[in-house]
Design a binder for this molecule. Structure first.
Ligand code: PLP
Length: 468
């Protein structure tokens, strides 16, 4: 907001002593002219500074810096478990950028399905048809909220898992990650506390850190996912503003939170006015084909913002995702507009065309089957050639495999050794704010199985054995 910005700048000048105690501040008219804002904005800015105890109004004389500026009331600091926001300085995260940009690696770290497992040809045809039909498509901005046809498509899809979605509350974004960032921006302010499960996706940790938020981490119980009782306890102890959770096949540990816990988590958050931002990216990737419910199913539209995308099921490179923004839709559309105007029109139209003419469910069935088989192949390969005592997750969906290394091997050391051998993997401590999970490693299950993958897994096991 304009007035907040102006008040922030004036407040900083007062705190730095550039505007001295007792000094008269510019009249509203002059401030308006000086800052090129309306008088109403200037009034709002002074009122805000007055509330903060930095300025005082004197009748018929205007605004003055308070004789002894009262410091703004300090928010009571919760006893947080983590030392967030430290994430952006975590050297391991820079390492990730390194891995992601190296094209020479055997990408055992990726959690996107290989091209062979996605309907690339159908999508290419849909894109070509779209452009043929509307060659001027790229010559104009799209609407900030996104293409209506696609929003309707998304709403229809959620009906299949018992969630009623109004296309008017859907915002199309550049992937799930943008949806999560925008949602966080709309429901929190810097310094707020957010609740996360641990381990969790490093992109969420980065988003939290980038917004200057502090985090409480609630441990996830292996394959059973998020424990509602632990969430309730954390909410009782800390002034949590929002929660960011991945209840369906979390990355990295593949955990699936049960329906009872989901219901109880949503209820506990609702009682305290905590907005839940749900990352449902892997919800469609249950190996059994039985799609688990999103948290949204158990809450009203005011309380859960569901974020997802087609990155894991259709086309990561198109960067099309969404937020079921519910009552937050206006804020999220505004935030989207100010951050990137709108999601690119061509990929949105191409996906719309793909859905109109092709069988997404068929492609999804094949993908789920392949991922389920991969999970088994990866686990078998690890059992055959990794040190005894290596523990491996047994996911029921998603694209991640989570390993607890045997013999006290450090995940970072194994990651570095693997990189030197041209193999990609990710160290466990990337998935925690506090650098936990040093003894863990995350692999992706997205590659098509072949001799190279088998050799790569064997080689990783050999390296783990050498380090043990
Ligand atoms: C849990 C989770 N959320 C979000 C993302 C990013 O999704 P998108 O490509 O849709 O931005 C990923 C990517 O791996 C992920 O694992």
């Amino acid at each position: 907001m304009l007035y907040e910005d102006l008040a922030g700048r004036l407040g900083a000048q007062i705190r730095r002593g550039l505007l001295r105690p007792g000094e008269r501040l510019p009249s509203l008219r002059r401030l308006g002219r000086q800052e090129k804002v309306s008088i109403a904005t200037a009034v709002e800015a002074y009122l805000r500074l007055e509330r903060e105890g930095l300025v005082e109004a004197r009748e018929r004389s205007g605004y003055f810096v308070r004789a002894r500026a009262v410091p703004p009331p300090q928010a009571r600091l919760p006893r947080v478990q983590s030392r967030a926001p430290q994430t952006l300085r975590n050297p391991a995260l820079l390492g990730v950028l390194d891995v992601l940009s190296r094209e020479d690696l055997l990408p055992l770290h990726v959690t996107t399905p290989a091209a062979e497992l996605l309907p690339g040809r159908a999508l290419a045809a849909a894109t070509a048809r779209t452009l043929r039909r509307d060659p001027g498509l790229a010559l104009a901005y799209g609407a900030p909220q996104g293409l209506l046809q696609l929003r309707e498509q998304i709403a229809r899809r959620y009906l299949g898992c018992g969630v009623e979605v109004d296309p008017a509350e859907v915002v199309i974004t550049a992937g799930a990650m943008e949806a999560i960032s925008l949602a966080l921006r709309c429901v929190t302010r810097a310094g707020d506390v957010v609740l996360l499960e641990t381990p969790t996706y490093y992109g969420i940790l980065q988003a939290v850190a980038a917004l200057g938020l502090r985090a409480i981490e609630v441990p996830s119980r292996g394959s059973a996912g998020i424990d509602a009782a632990a969430v309730r306890t954390a909410l009782e102890r800390h002034p949590v503003r929002a929660a960011v959770l991945v209840p369906n096949f979390n990355n990295p540990n593949g955990s699936l939170t049960g329906d009872d816990d989901k219901r109880a988590i949503v209820a506990a958050c609702g009682e305290r006015g905590v907005v839940v931002i749900e990352d449902d990216l892997y919800g469609e990737l249950a190996y059994s084909g039985e799609r688990p419910a999103p948290l949204r199913r158990y809450a009203g539209r005011a309380r859960v913002i569901t974020c997802s995308s087609w990155s894991k099921t259709l086309a990561p490179g198109l960067r099309v995702g969404w937020a079921l923004a519910g009552d937050h839709v206006d804020d999220i559309v505004r935030a989207k507009c100010f951050s990137s105007v709108a999601t690119a029109s061509l990929p949105q139209r191409a996906i719309g065309e793909y859905f109109a003419r092709h069988d997404f469910d068929r492609s999804l069935r094949r993908l789920r089957r392949e991922l389920a088989t991969n999970a088994q192949r990866w686990r078998d390969a690890i059992r055959r050639s990794w040190p005894d005592g290596t523990r491996v997750s047994e996911p029921a969906g998603g694209v991640s495999l989570w390993l607890e290394l045997a013999g006290g091997v450090d995940g970072q050391a194994l990651f570095e050794a693997a990189m030197a051998h041209g193999i990609g993997c990710l160290p466990g401590h990337l998935f925690s704010l506090r650098g936990d999970y040093r003894g863990h490693l995350r692999l992706g299950l997205g590659l098509a199985w072949n001799a190279r993958v088998e050799d790569g897994l064997r080689e990783l096991g050999r390296l783990a054995g050498r380090l043990a």
